[in-house]
Design a binder for this molecule. Structure first.
Ligand code: 5AD
Ligand code: SF4
Length: 449
């Protein structure tokens, strides 16, 4: 979502004469769009600001200026700390107020004003004030459809930094999607902190669920692929499960964070489902779309997590067989209920558990990638590869695929959907050949992992 937000900020500034530059050294305005989800992410901000402070001093010594803006969730949660540690910061703007960036820059340009803050949650959604045009970079694009979160998992800062759930109206999203497609986009990933809690206004005063929105988007001519992220297991309703079986443009990969394989820890996390609930969901999704590939998020070392509870997480991972997964050590976030628990897990234990889990997940990912060898996959060509004639694209299961032209094939273009015979598999990608003779069959014989 920060990528989407950064694009929108740049679209706001383009009409004012700003353009993106490759490095910040001589920029007039620098925006750091920040993440507060784990401590490591927010620490990065301060090292980056230290670097920028030097560039700014150099610019000023040469008679120029640089406006340093901190945007995003760290700005929202820790704006005062940022300006007290780095007084060279000119603007602090939260994730729901960045539509006012042009005005904030104008205020910051006024001499001697001190830092400009804008972090209250606005009454009107920022989307009502963002440019109606979209700049397109590449054939795959993000589209924020839902923001904020009302779930309050006890480890998570998002409900405090992004605010309450909000869903954008269907009509507005169709307009934005069409604009992206007209610009050459073939794949859209719908974004939301809780994307499947989407409940946007439909065209006739009805409320649309995410599956309703997906069905509408599937009718947008030229849009070949639809994905969505990130889902909550609690909001995985029947219509969305069924959409995976009946909407061909909806890709067979699903990011469904489980966080833990222990029922007690899931309760402590306030996740609102049990391990059995999660496994039932996996089964139902597989019944709807047999080849669906699951990815997930795990947190290890949540306060009070015992060895046995961690073992339960390993068991769940072994049972599901994830195609891909992110796993993190629990990081105490200021103001969240879990942070004030007394039973924090020792850092060394967290590290050990993380390594063990990641080793299992890496094996699963490799096994999943290996299972593609010999198959013909439909690949969306995204960009040229590093080697002459090579192309890089994505499989339906979100794997990066490095493609070489095979014998007698025509040369594909960026944005094409091509059939690729997979001949090689690595930890994070596949290698394949494009050759119509090798891939005469279609994708009807998919099998589940
Ligand atoms: N510590 C560690 N990981 C976290 N996540 C969210 N909050 C924390 C935290 N305090 C992880 C969750 C979530 C992903 C986006 O980040 O796994 O799904
Ligand atoms: Fe955070 Fe996701 Fe839980 Fe919301 S559902 S509180 S965004 S982890």
């Amino acid at each position: 979502m920060n990528v989407y937000d950064s694009d929108r900020m740049s679209e706001l500034l383009t009409p004012l004469g700003y353009e993106r530059v490759a490095s910040p050294e001589k920029a007039d305005v620098v925006v750091l769009n920040t993440c507060h989800i784990r401590e490591k992410a927010s620490e990065k901000l301060f090292s980056e600001l230290g670097r920028l402070r030097e560039f700014k001093k150099r610019q000023e010594a040469a008679g120029g200026r640089m406006i340093i803006t901190v945007a995003g969730c760290v700005a929202q949660a820790a704006g005062e700390e940022i300006v007290s540690r780095i007084p060279q910061v000119d603007i602090v703007v939260g994730p729901q107020t960045y539509h006012r960036l042009p005005e904030l820059i104008a205020r910051a340009e006024g001499a001697g004003n001190g830092p400009v803050f804008l972090t209250e949650f606005p009454v009107e959604p920022k989307f009502d004030h963002l440019p109606t045009t979209r700049s397109v970079r590449g054939v795959s694009a993000f589209l924020s459809v839902q923001e904020g979160c009302d779930k309050f998992c006890t480890f998570c800062v998002v409900p405090y930094t992004r605010g309450a759930e909000y869903s954008r109206p269907v009509a507005e999203l169709i307009v934005e999607a069409k604009m992206l497609v007209e610009g050459g986009v073939r794949e859209i990933t719908l974004l939301g902190q809780n994307v499947n809690a989407y409940h946007g206004a439909g065209d006739h005063q009805e409320i649309s669920s995410l599956s309703g929105l997906i069905e509408r988007l599937a009718d947008v001519k030229g849009l070949a692929r639809i994905r969505y992220t990130t889902s909550h297991p609690r909001d995985m309703d029947l219509s969305l499960i069924e959409a995976h079986g009946k909407v061909p443009a909806l890709m067979p990969s699903l990011h469904l964070p489980v966080q833990s394989g222990s029922d007690r820890i899931l309760t402590e996390m306030n996740r609102g489902y049990s391990v059995d609930d999660y496994l039932r969901l996996v089964d139902r999704l597989q019944s709807s779309r047999p080849d669906i590939a699951f990815s997930t998020d795990f947190i290890v070392g949540f306060p009070g997590e015992t060895d046995a509870e961690f073992e339960a997480t390993l068991a769940l991972a072994a049972r599901v067989g994830f195609a891909q997964a992110y796993s993190f050590k629990y990081s105490a976030r200021p103001g969240t209920p879990a942070a004030s628990k007394g039973s924090h897990v020792d850092e060394a234990v967290k590290t050990k558990r993380l390594m063990e889990l990641q080793s299992l997940l890496a094996d699963q990912q490799k096994k999943f990638n290996d299972s593609m060898i010999g198959r013909c996959l439909e690949v969306l060509v995204e960009k040229p590869g590093r080697h002459p004639g090579q192309l890089v694209g994505r499989s339906p299961y979100l794997q990066a695929v490095h493609v070489k032209p095979g014998n007698g094939s025509v040369s594909p273009n960026i944005g094409d959907l091509i059939k690729v015979k997979v001949v090689d598999s690595c930890a994070n990608s596949l290698g394949g050949l494009v050759d119509s003779r090798l891939c005469a069959d279609t994708l009807t014989k998919e099998h589940a992992f």
